[in-house]
Write a protein that binds this ligand. Sequence first.
Ligand code: B3K
Ligand code: ZN
Length: 873
Amino acid sequence: NPIVRLEDYRPSDFLIDSVELDVKLHPTETRVVATLAMRPNPEGRSDAPLALDGDELKLKTVALNGRTLADEEFEASPQSLTIAQAPRQPFTLTIETEINPTANTKLMGLYRSGGNYCTQCEAEGFRRITYFLDRPDVLSVYTTRIEAERGDAPVLLGNGNPIESGSIEGSGRHYAIWHDPHPKPSYLFALVGGRLGRIAKTFATMSGRAVELAIYVEPGKENRADYALDALERSMRWDERVFGREYDLDVFNIVAVSDFNMGAMENKGLNIFNDKYVLASPETATDMDYAHIEAIIAHEYFHNWTGNRVTCRDWFQLCLKEGLTVFRDQEFSSDERSRSVHRIAEVKTLRARQFLEDSGPLAHPVRPTQYREINNFYTATVYEKGAEIVRMLKTIIGEEDFRRGMDLYFERCDGTAATVEDFLKAFADVTGRNLSHFARWYEQSGTPRVKVKGQYDSGAQTYRLDFAQSTPATPGQPRKDAMAIPVALGLVAHDGLPLNATCERVDERGVFLFDRPEDGITFTGVTSLPVPSLFRGFSAPVKVSLDLPNEELLVLLRHDTDAFNRWQAAQTVAMRLLAARSNGADVADAEIDAFSAALASFMERDAQEDPAFAALVGTLPSEADIAQEIGQNVDPDAIHRARSEMRRRIGLSCARHLRRFYESMTDLGPYSPDAASAGRRSLRNASLDLLAAADPSAGEALAVRQLESASNMTDRLASLSVLTTLPGAVREEAVARFGERYRSEPLVLDKWFTLQATIPEDGTLERVKGLMQHPAFSIANPNRVRALIGSFAMLNQVQFNRADGAGYRFLASIVLRTDELNPQLAARLLTAFGTWRMMESARRSHAEEALRSIAQKPNLSRDVGDIVSRSLE
Ligand code: B3K
Ligand code: ZN
């Protein structure tokens, strides 16, 4: 498989100014006629052949300027169409292809979901619809005519604005024509045809234009889209207010489908969503589901400017739209909810997914320099670390200059396919700063480590902080340079009173830019021994180590003004205890009890003001987090034992507080998904979990009662989740009843699959295999596969990493099976092996064997072939 390299980029030899598509939908023989207005690109080569991309296409005819070409005038295969002697002036190319949407199990291009027709074109799916210059720097104006049996597909949707529709006399067929005036790359093309219910409302933009917003869902589920529509409206308002960005078409449509490879897709004016991120009702969705829906609706909407109006020159620039858009959706959620709670959640995800990726065989720069399969680069690194880079930029230059830079970026790059350099240049130009060192964040992979030493001189009343940084080697990058790391910091006095210390290296926003291998700064006017609060708000995606005794860290938990660092202090102490216990070190119970007592008192203090924060403070690092901290020769069973034991001790010593939270944090009215109500539920359910860890039989009784009386899915699922930690007949019966109750609710059954797949007991693998026979399970549906098998592999540390290797062998067999249907899904599952090298040796060799069994298989997809070979390198 050829490797595509950033350094080989060159502009397209031809351009396509406009595209007229005529699509006659048919379950197995859809006909597509594409009429392309083309011309040679003045920036391309003047002698180049015209080579169009295809994928599994059946060519019917091809005509140049209206004349059908004879066989010897072109070369065609399912994968390409080449015309050696293309005209050197503007010309029209007309191509007719036939495709089979029913046979399309890859869910790329045009396919069927639940009897409807839909498309997914990013990254390279448009070439599965027609031959094209399927690359993001070829921008065209599209007009799409869609025709179908009216009975099969009463709803016909395309990009842009609807301009015409009607019946075709005497045939039972009808058509709709859509026109999108904004030039766009092919990956933003979409069409939908089907039987769909609809909800809608009108939105008036900041300049007073009326936009019709609509969400299309499976008929009968319309009221479950209300929250998504509300989130869309709030997103549009927010982007106007915070970034000055207005929507630019007469309609904005969202369609929910049940077979989808990822979360959603930002097609121009026609977003297509995994229904999991649209449909919600108190009875079927949890607080977390609501939060995800809000974030993803916002994310796809925000792409209208960061991604669509300004798109990417090539796929290496993916972070230009994804990192930036994640940053924007994070800011939106923070403004709509609690900023500090949201920041903690973002960092938890970043560490769990991106730090993990960055320390394993699949580590790559935020802007990769090469790929074999681009779909494998829609990663936590490109998305989440990409967002952190934008956040650091804002931290370094400040809020106002950040907004001015964004405005300049939009002004300069609107309507173009841009690069990371274009983005940074806008900020360099508004601030007059040289950002070339900062740009290294896009190029260098791996998580930097920052070691800090503090020294107090009571005589001189100074406090000195010495910083050293290093980044471990990653695949393809043996040697690393120092990064430009913004350290937001402050000093905290032991008694919590303000310290009027100053340091000239710290700017007016409290940020020290640490951009060399080593550096030191000195604060003056430090009247008492301080505790340094470093990387406030997680100001840089680095791992920090600072030799502070636990008692001093707990000063931060008590007194820091930065909520993130208060939480971080509790996590750091917990992690020290957990890692030590997992490694078999002697940690006195008294030490754990002292920590528990501190936790309880702080949860108590925060519970009234911010219960969601209190719940986070009381949640221990996950087993996966502990494994990552240990980093080598990991024994997941030891980690599981250490963590369970610590939960038990915390539950015991905090029981009084936990019971009080459990009793007082009840719903104040009917269910509402807002952050304040969700926070109360999260503290209540976190308390239940710890109480059950301390006293299983009392916990079981509480959980059963809650399961029966719950008025919403959040509380119901939380209680079932607690029950899954308590083996026995009560659990089995509760699980069975839940499955029965929701047997016709696939999205709820997904949660049920996940809960069972994550039971940390030896019988779980057999249970998962058994559930694959459940009538609701389907190996062809990505949501089902991810809920059952993905969760087993990614979330069940002890059972996926079974000492006998059975978990690895199982996943390998599923990867091979799904690869035949849906390579993207298979490749995603396979990334669960990203941690294999950090396991102890017996597990490591089982995992390696399982990986080799995949690698040996002939005819692997490019997606799986790429991941498996990098995992073994
Ligand atoms: N841009 C899409 C992701 C496409 C993934 C292609 N394999 C959704 C998003 O990030 O908004
Ligand atoms: Zn995105």
